[in-house]
Write a protein that binds this ligand. Structure first.
Ligand SMILES: NC(=O)C1=CN([C@@H]2O[C@H](COP(=O)(O)OP(=O)(O)OC[C@H]3O[C@@H](n4cnc5c(N)ncnc54)[C@H](O)[C@@H]3O)[C@@H](O)[C@H]2O)C=CC1
Ligand SMILES: O=C1[C@@H](O)[C@H](O)[C@@H](O)[C@H](O)[C@H]1O
Length: 339
């Protein structure tokens, strides 16, 4: 690849996120083009490839990685399939953007971490896109100035309209609260040391047997608390909000007051209905940052260590959900590669 050639991207998994990322790279991102896609569903892969000129469709991710013109990989298959594609990408030393979660459990996350360490350099950006959301970025910048003083508590709310049919009670933690695990670590610059999960009586609108909502409390090594209301069948909208409480003040994001209307004796606004709407700008910025860094020969953004740490927090959270009580998070020693 010459310095100015567009980055040739293989997109693995062409479901909801993968197809949206293909569209994004094709229409929004500069400096990249999709040259191959793979999906176990051949028809879906073909349909998505057909929307992009010069893109080959595969059912085997390894074949897509080996296709002509592939310089980098975007993984958007389900979490349990990530490890195999990550390891295949490492064999070709290809840069990767891997949708969250890095992998669904600690054992597989550690295998990926070990494999990247053996490679000897960072290759992966993990898709914790909230770090690229303008509101989260402003909150992070404010905290970095130190004006508010030491962070004491972070209150998070994470609401989805409805959960998909395959969603389990533990997925509220491993699939959804994974975002707050990362946001807490990133915003505070602390590691999470323990997790407690409280379970109110499930909403009558939750599917039978689903423990929804849940109230999760993280303790951090900086002495802060971060709580998360996770409610994936709230019915009315997609809401992600965060309020930081510090020694000298508070700051809050996610109220969605960009447009307030006054009409017919009422005032109000609209609520996003899903993540593609609420975080559209974050995804655009995330993919552009990945493409730009990759073309410079760099790897930036959330690392394999961040993906592993989130997996460790979520695994402790799932145990806390199942067993009750407070579960400590066990983290390996942080390798120098991720310092
Ligand atoms: N950052 C974010 O806000 C979000 C991230 N995600 C993540 O994106 C990833 C994909 O999620 P969705 O698009 O919602 O799922 P989806 O189910 O809509 O799409 C997954 C696609 O992967 C294909 N697939 C399954 N196994 C495969 C394999 N071994 N190789 C290649 N393709 C395979 C499926 O046929 C399907 O087309 C997941 O890791 C999920 O956690 C999902 C939603 C939001
Ligand atoms: O990552 C996501 C989904 O996988 C998850 O299931 C949702 O709860 C999150 O809001 C969304 O951002």
């Amino acid at each position: 690849m010459t310095e100015r050639a567009p980055l040739g991207v293989a997109v693995i998994g062409t479901g909801r996120m993968g197809a949206d990322h293909v569209r994004r790279i094709h229409e929004v991102t500069s400096g990249a083009r999709v040259v191959a896609v793979a999906d176990v569903d051949a028809e879906r892969a073909k349909a998505v490839a057909a929307r992009v000129g010069g893109c080959t469709a595969h059912t085997d991710p390894a074949a897509a990685l080996a296709a002509d013109g592939v310089d980098a990989v975007l993984i958007a298959s389900p979490g349990p399939a990530h490890e195999a594609t990550l390891l295949a990408a490492f064999e070709r030393d290809l840069p990767v953007l891997c949708e969250k979660p890095l992998t669904p459990d600690v054992a597989s996350a550690l295998r990926v971490l070990d494999a990247e360490l053996r490679l000897g350099h960072r290759r992966v950006q993990v898709g914790f896109m909230r770090r690229y959301d303008p509101e989260y970025a402003k909150l992070k910048a404010l905290l970095t100035t130190g004006q508010l003083g030491r962070p004491l508590m972070l209150h998070n709310r994470h609401r989805n309209v409805a959960s998909p049919p395959f969603f389990t009670s533990s997925m509220l933690i491993s699939d959804s609260v994974a975002h707050e695990a990362d946001a807490t670590r990133w915003l505070l610059g602390h590691e999470i040391t323990a997790v407690t999960v409280l379970r109110p009586t499930p909403s009558a609108n939750a599917p039978d047997g689903l423990r929804d909502p849940q109230f999760v409390v993280f303790e951090t090594d900086g002495g802060a608390l971060s709580d998360v209301e996770i409610f994936v069948n709230c019915g009315f909208g997609y809401q992600v909000q965060a309020e930081i409480v510090c020694e000298r003040g508070t700051a809050r994001i996610g109220d969605g007051h960009a447009l307030v209307t006054h009409m017919a004796g009422r005032w109000g606004g609209t609520i996003a209905q899903d993540w593609t709407e609420r975080f559209e700008t974050a995804y655009d910025r995330e993919i552009q940052a990945w493409v730009d860094a990759t073309r410079r020969g760099e790897v930036t953004g959330p690392s394999v260590w961040d993906g592993y740490a989130a997996a460790a927090v979520c695994e402790a959270g799932v145990r806390a959900l199942e067993d009750g009580g407070r579960i400590e998070v066990e983290l390996a020693e942080k390798p120098a590669l991720y310092a």
